[in-house]
Design a protein around this ligand. Structure first.
Ligand code: ADP
Ligand code: ADP
Ligand code: MG
Length: 667
């Protein structure tokens, strides 16, 4: 076995590989880009070497540098993870030439499966079923259109060199063919440097079912059953599970054997995934083979009690597979959810930013390597609180994987785990995943690749106004923070007294709702008046780091939650829900407190969207001067007093950091 390996990747997969290496007593070398100097994967490895600037092309894709580092540090093998160089046959070749073991298949197998078209020709010969289509070399537009007409619409065009859900076009009618072909080829050449396409029948309501295969250098090749990855957005997986609901033992064996035949046809060694597209009646066709460890491999590990990275290391070191086909068994059910920094409400647009607050559910670390009962759940993550999701790499924050004795139990555990996951600082898909898990379609295993699109109404409900409990948590958090900062209006004189009781107006805004709140200070608590009426509130307990965790007595109920303040935003996590409340102090805005009102600095990082004044312009107290957008909301910067603008320091479109001065007043 190796004594030291280099991990040519970053993020969760680099951490994942390092965990198994450590368990096996193997030393690890991390490589990192300038953007990742403080990244988790650097911290968890024994050594780390800087290989270049942030862009992947200049760092994680620099095969030459990575091999140099392996030689210099004495690493005997390189694990490529997934993405980056994992399916690059030249890299696998270069490793071999330098006497370094590539923890993956032989270069020839990567190459054979690298082109979806060529792979299909090979599979045809190996009697693996294919979707009706054309995958030959003739790329003439008229010829391809004829083929599409013959296949029958809808037809799917795919970049032969494609991956990651890119370079695909669905065509509904022959008249749209030429235009779609041109745009598909444009995307293919831009993304993959190769404009070759294939055309195939676009299946209706298909399922994505893939088989995990594993082969060694001793002629053994097994399948570790299937994963259902039908729940996708933009042809990219969101939820994955194993086993596939509704799978029969006969079909499982047929798909498993077809996958093994596919692997054997290319002389496969190591971990690989054969992806099939299946009709609702179960008939299945080869789609592509991914010649690497897959993102969703943990669900297979959980149901088979294996550690697939350990298997990879053993196979790369020349050992035989740890288990034979008849020793492999399915135990229970596992589901993975990909937690992404993205905004589902805005077309799943990736979101970037700093994880100002990240609290994961109380995960029981999964015992890798064959414990009798897998732990209920596992989180694979490459980032910690304080880390940044940058525009340079994949926006995945974490993978949450749950196990249950059956699908129902796994589903319940996933719902619970998601409800305990707290993130502040960027948009995430956590709330969306919770709705997805709870949707009738997913709960009933009514699966196909159109599940998300078809259930939009349920998955993207209109915003409901926050309930009084949530507003009370935010308000109490604010009042407590003022108290500890010594700016408690009770002590200072910012509030006003009415009938000898001190009262105060607060305002919280959601994207579509405004909440006006009247607080009355009492000796042992507060009265909170909202549109829904008045309730008495007492503080039962404060705990957690930074006093974030509150327990309140509201009327005769007990309500608990976590409140995280980020600038003027109060993020309330309670009863499995995350509510972002934008606080504006009505008193300050009414100008009662000069010092706090009308600040001229950015309340949080954001973008300038409007500049309403110019240099030397006279303004009146309260006039809107500039509008910035941050955290999905607009913030108006108003004049704190009458005066003349001396300078406007930013222009429309500029990014500003928190606290940056935006305008200056003439003295
Ligand atoms: P597929 O969707 O084809 O089955 P996977 O689900 O295995 O592929 O995802 C692979 C994708 O993961 C890559 O195409 C890439 O976008 C992304 N990726 C690559 N490296 C990393 C990483 N270190 N951390 C997170 N995501 C990554
Ligand atoms: P990638 O390399 O991007 O992973 P795939 O060929 O694996 O590309 O396809 C990605 C996804 O596109 C599949 O999981 C499936 O949802 C959809 N898809 C691919 N081929 C077809 C088809 N013939 N009919 C319907 N959907 C398809
Ligand atoms: Mg695929």
């Amino acid at each position: 076995m190796f004594t030291k390996i280099l991990i040519a990747n970053r993020g969760e997969i680099a951490c994942r590989v390092a965990a198994t290496a450590r368990r096996m007593g193997i030393k690890t070398v991390a490589v990192y880009s300038a953007a990742d100097a403080n990244a988790k994967h650097v911290a968890v490895c024994d050594e780390a070497v800087l290989i270049g600037p942030a862009p992947a092309k200049e760092s994680y894709l620099r095969a030459d540098k990575i091999i140099q580092v392996a030689l210099a540090t004495g690493a005997q093998a390189i694990h490529p993870g997934y993405g980056f160089l994992s399916e690059n046959s030249e890299f696998a070749d270069a490793c071999a030439k330098n006497g370094i073991a590539f923890i993956g298949p032989p270069a020839s197998a990567i190459q054979a499966m690298g082109s979806k078209s060529a792979a299909k020709s090979l599979m045809e010969k190996a009697n693996v079923p294919l979707v009706p289509g054309y995958h030959g070399d003739n790329q003439d537009a008229d010829f391809l259109q004829n083929e599409a007409d013959r296949i029958g619409y809808p037809v799917l065009l795919k970049a032969s060199a494609g991956g990651g859900g890119k370079g695909m076009r669905v065509i509904g009618h022959s008249k749209d063919f030429k235009e779609a072909l041109a745009s598909c080829k444009r995307e293919a050449i831009n993304s993959f440097g190769d404009d070759k396409v294939l055309a195939e029948k676009y299946l209706q309501r298909p399922r994505h079912i893939e088989i995990q295969v594993f082969a060694d250098t001793h002629g053994n090749c097994v399948y570790l059953f299937e994963r259902d990855c039908s729940v996708q957005r933009r042809h990219q997986k969101v939820l994955e599970e194993a086993p596939a609901p509704g799978m029969t033992p006969e079909r499982r064996a047929a798909m498993g054997e077809a996958a093994v035949a596919a692997a054997k046809a290319v002389g496969y060694v190591g971990a690989g995934t054969v992806e099939f597209i299946a009709n609702q009646d179960g008939t299945f066709y080869f789609m592509e083979m991914n010649t690497r460890l897959q993102v969703e491999h943990p669900v297979t590990e959980m149901i088979t009690g294996t550690d697939l990275v350990e298997w990879q290391l053993r196979v790369a070191a020349g050992e035989a597979l740890p288990l034979q086909q008849e020793q492999l068994q399915i135990h229970g059910h596992a589901i993975e959810a990909r937690v992404y920094a993205e905004n589902p409400e805005k077309g799943f647009l990736p979101s970037i930013g700093t994880l100002r607050h990240a609290r994961t559910p109380a995960a029981v670390n999964f015992e890798l390597g064959g414990s009798a009962e897998p732990a209920a759940f596992r989180i694979d993550s490459g980032v910690r609180e304080g880390d940044t999701i940058s525009p340079f790499y994949d926006p995945m924050i974490a993978k949450m994987i749950v196990w249950g004795k059956d699908r129902t139990e796994a589903l319940a555990r996933m719902a619970q785990a998601l409800s305990q996951y707290q993130i502040v600082g960027l948009s995430s898909n956590i709330a969306f995943l919770s709705r997805l898990i709870a949707s009738d379609a997913f709960a009933n295993a009514d699966l196909d690749t159109g599940l998300i699109a078809r259930n939009e109404a349920q998955l993207f409900p209109t915003e409901q106004p926050a309930v009084v409990d949530v507003i009370a948590l935010a308000a109490v958090s604010l009042l407590l923070s003022e108290k500890s900062a010594g700016s408690d209006p009770w002590q200072s004189s910012h509030g006003w007294r009415m009938n000898s009781l001190m009262q105060r107006a607060l305002q919280f805004a959601e994207e579509h709702h405004q909440h006006k709140v009247q607080v009355t200070y009492l000796a042992d608590g507060w009265t909170l008046r909202t549109d829904a009426g008045a309730v008495g509130i007492r503080l039962a307990s404060v705990s957690g780091s930074g006093g974030n965790d509150l327990v309140l007595k509201i009327a005769d109920r007990t309500v608990s939650g976590t409140v995280v303040r980020d600038g003027e935003h109060f993020h309330v996590f309670s009863q499995g829900m995350h509510t972002d409340l934008h606080y504006s102090d009505a008193l300050a805005h009414a100008g009662e407190t000069e010092a706090e009102g009308g600040r001229l600095t950015a309340p949080m990082p954001g973008k300038i969207v409007a500049v309403l004044v110019t240099k030397a312009q006279e303004v009146k107290k309260g006039d809107a001067l500039l509008i910035m957008e941050a955290m999905k909301m607009e913030h108006t910067i108003s004049a704190p007093h009458d005066g003349v603008i001396d300078d406007v320091l930013y222009a429309i479109g500029d990014q500003v950091t928190e606290g940056a001065q935006l305008l200056a007043f003439a003295q």
